[in-house]
Design a protein around this ligand. Structure first.
Ligand code: AMP
Ligand code: MG
Length: 418
């Protein structure tokens, strides 16, 4: 048996960072930037007002107070998106809206609240300033967010909504990113029926295709669904063929020692394959290897293949541990691990055969401390236990178990709102 780390190391050795491509900014969420982004403009392009108020010469406000306002002549109004037609000269003011460029001659903006604006009826040609304004007050400087010519985002940055917004503020429609991997999924089993079919006696719906496709999407890949193969070599080979242009292939089922576990025979013929028993639970049987395929450009190459166990929980847990890091590596990401926290476990778990146990738990924070409670029966066919869980408590292989009250490590699958 090999350890989880050994298995992951071997898998990651077989996957490389993919090529980059030019892509519309909104399609790039979660992808890694493959260029340094410089700004060809100042953001904001011009000095502009941070408030609704009056653009003035600060000198004119000296000595102003509520008791003794300074009165200025209002010569224009300027709103966001337009340029004032006249210049602010001593004794004058321009009514200005947030975001509007500062008119020539003005060096500060007095907000409405510090004027007698509300006491005036209708539009007035005069405004009373009720306090002193320093030069620069309520002015956002040109380039204060982004200076023309500066580097704004660096190669390697992961694009989040804020980065997408910054790209838009530069007027960029597309950007170079490392492309998303296509991951083909093949499920196997005579008992499986696709979800758009009636369910005959003795059959079950194929859930793995959908849970795994959702995981692939969640972590940034593009799922390619190859459908359900029967437990026969011909059926597996026929379906497999349609996935040979993918960046990675995952199969579920057919890798244990059962009579109908043909996936391993097919894969042994189609490429190179290793069967591992990984010291973990769930998910002991795992197949890994490469399959001869062709790239989208028609070039022969080996596609990494991961044969996950068929049990619905095992396939999801092994995906999180082995497929997710491979997808992230292909996307050019550096941090490949899920966040792990310390929590107090609220149930006892026995580790009878000294494998690393990943038990489904619901983690909650109470009085500043994390607690982890088992979600109920832990059978690897009980997929609803995954819907109740937000983490996997890790019981190390060298421990006989944990008892309620022990401090444990929990790999977080999701952060729920606390
Ligand atoms: P296997 O690894 O093929 O022996 O399958 C182990 C268990 O998982 C069996 O009970 C299968 O019926 C079940 N199983 C396998 N593939 C799927 C699937 N795609 N969806 C739901 N259950 C599955
Ligand atoms: Mg099977």
């Amino acid at each position: 048996m090999i350890s989880v780390e050994q298995a992951l190391d071997k898998i990651l050795n077989y996957v490389d960072v993919l090529e980059d491509e030019q892509s519309p900014i909104l399609d790039c969420l979660g992808q890694v930037l493959a260029e340094d982004v410089y700004s060809s403009i100042n953001v904001p392009p011009l000095d502009n007002s941070a408030m609704d108020g009056y653009a003035v010469q600060s000198r004119d406000t000296r000595g102003a107070s509520k008791q003794s306002p300074r009165f200025l002549r209002v010569i224009d109004t300027v709103s966001a998106g337009s340029i004032a037609g006249c210049e602010v000269e001593p004794g004058t003011a321009v009514r200005i809206m947030t975001g509007a460029p500062i008119p020539k001659g003005a060096d500060s903006v007095v907000r409405f609240e510090d004027t007698d604006e509300t006491q005036r009826q209708g539009s007035s040609t005069e405004i009373g300033i009720l306090g002193e304004a320093e030069a620069g007050l309520n002015i956002r400087r040109a380039g204060e967010d982004i200076t023309q010519g500066s580097i704004v985002l660096s190669q390697g940055a992961v694009l989040r909504p804020s980065e997408v917004g910054v790209l838009a503020s530069l007027g960029r429609t597309t950007v170079r990113v490392i492309r998303r991997p296509t991951v083909a999924i093949l499920t196997t089993g005579d008992e499986l029926v696709d979800i758009n079919q009636p369910l005959p006696a003795g059959k079950i719906y194929d859930s793995n295709t959908y849970s795994l496709a959702a995981l692939i999407r969640r972590y940034g890949g593009i799922p390619k669904i190859l459908g359900i193969a029967l437990d026969s070599e011909d059926s597996v080979v026929a379906r497999l063929r349609r996935g040979l242009d993918a960046d990675m292939l995952i199969t579920t089922g057919g890798v244990s020692a059962g009579d109908y576990d043909v996936v391993k025979d097919v894969l042994a013929k189609q490429g190179e394959i290793a069967f591992w028993t990984v010291r973990m639970k769930p998910g002991k049987p795992l197949a890994f290897g490469t399959i001869k395929g062709v790239s989208k450009a028609g070039i022969a190459r080996n596609i990494p293949h991961l044969g996950l166990p068929g049990n619905p929980v095992s396939s999801m847990v092994t995906f999180e541990l082995f497929v997710r890091p491979a997808i992230l590596k292909m996307m050019g990401k550096k941090n490949l691990t899920k966040p792990t926290i310390e929590a107090i476990v609220e149930n006892s778990v026995v580790n009878s055969d000294r494998r690393r146990i990943f038990a489904r738990v619901l983690v909650e924070k109470r009085s500043g401390q994390y607690f982890a409670r088992l979600t109920g029966p832990q059978g690897s066919g009980i997929l609803t236990s995954m819907t109740l869980a937000n983490g996997l408590v890790i019981i190390p292989e060298d421990k006989a178990g944990v008892v309620a009250g022990d401090v444990v490590q929990v790999m977080m699958l999701d952060w729920r709102e606390e």
